[in-house]
Design a protein around this ligand. Structure first.
Ligand SMILES: Nc1nc2c(c(=O)[nH]1)N(C=O)[C@@H](CNc1ccc(C(=O)N[C@@H](CCC(=O)O)C(=O)O)cc1)CN2
Ligand SMILES: Nc1ncnc2c1ncn2[C@@H]1O[C@H](COP(=O)(O)OP(=O)(O)OP(=O)(O)O)[C@@H](O)[C@H]1O
Length: 198
């Protein structure tokens, strides 16, 4: 197994070991930290995800966003384009179904799709992160492929904010040529902003 897979395994096991009570408290603290970030507060069209596999859960964030009148979206596995994501409107009444990984996603993706480039901010799940904007995901390359246009055209939007439990921080991740750097990482305990990216 290569070093990335060893790290993935270790972090995923640690995430899954959290109790429901620890998850609940982490989710609340995450919202507290996120509210301090202007890149989140000012976003109108915002993507997040449904917690899975011990990931820090953005459910509290979603509730708060709806109250604020923000419009939120969930990633849906693209039915045609290989390993890419679509973003579909998510409301408290959106019917969900499980995708091939067992992760819930909106049932009728053809309604209310928003192009990735028209999102203000994306909250990304991750397996491990470093404080220089590095992100290790589940290994499908979904987010990297979907947001490669940001680097390609040197855009400032959408802003990519990684969400994690604080223990998912590592010293330094190897950077792959296709990695799209994160604008920020927000955890239950802190906000990490890469030095040259504020
Ligand atoms: N909550 C959440 N939603 C998400 C992601 C995510 O990381 N978290 N994704 C972020 O990209 C996309 C889905 N990507 C995924 C990639 C791999 C696996 C996974 O569990 N792989 C298994 C084995 C693969 C298989 O069953 O064929 C594994 O590694 O154990 C899950 C999701 C879109 N939605
Ligand atoms: N922009 C891209 N174009 C082509 N291939 C890509 C691109 N981005 C990633 N990939 C491919 O996807 C695979 C998985 O990448 P990586 O291990 O970095 O995924 P990840 O960031 O951990 O996963 P995810 O984004 O799904 O959470 C790699 O083998 C890589 O070759």
């Amino acid at each position: 197994m290569d070093a990335r897979n060893v790290l993935r395994k270790k972090m995923r096991t640690a995430r899954r070991a959290l109790s429901p009570l620890q998850q609940k408290s982490a989710a609340r603290n995450l919202l507290k930290q996120l509210k301090k970030a202007p890149q989140f507060r000012t976003a109108k069209h915002l993507a997040l995800y449904l917690g899975n596999d011990g990931e820090i859960d953005p459910n509290e964030v979603a509730q708060w966003c709806w109250k604020q009148g923000k419009i939120i979206y969930l990633p849906v596995l693209h039915p045609l384009a290989h390993n890419r994501l679509w973003f579909v409107r998510y409301t408290p009444r959106t019917p969900l179904t499980k995708n091939c990984y067992g992760i819930a996603e909106p049932k009728s993706p053809y309604r209310s799709i928003r192009p990735a480039k028209a999102l203000d901010t994306v909250l990304l799940p991750l397996v491990a992160f470093d404080t220089q904007g590095g992100r290790l995901g589940m290994g499908g390359g979904y987010y990297d492929r979907t947001f490669s246009f940001i680097r390609q055209f040197n855009l400032s939007k959408p802003r990519l904010i990684g969400l994690a439990h604080d223990f998912q921080k590592v010293e330094k991740l190897p950077v792959a040529s296709w990695d799209v750097p994160l604008t920020l990482v927000v955890t239950d305990a802190a906000i990490y902003a890469p030095k040259n990216r504020l």
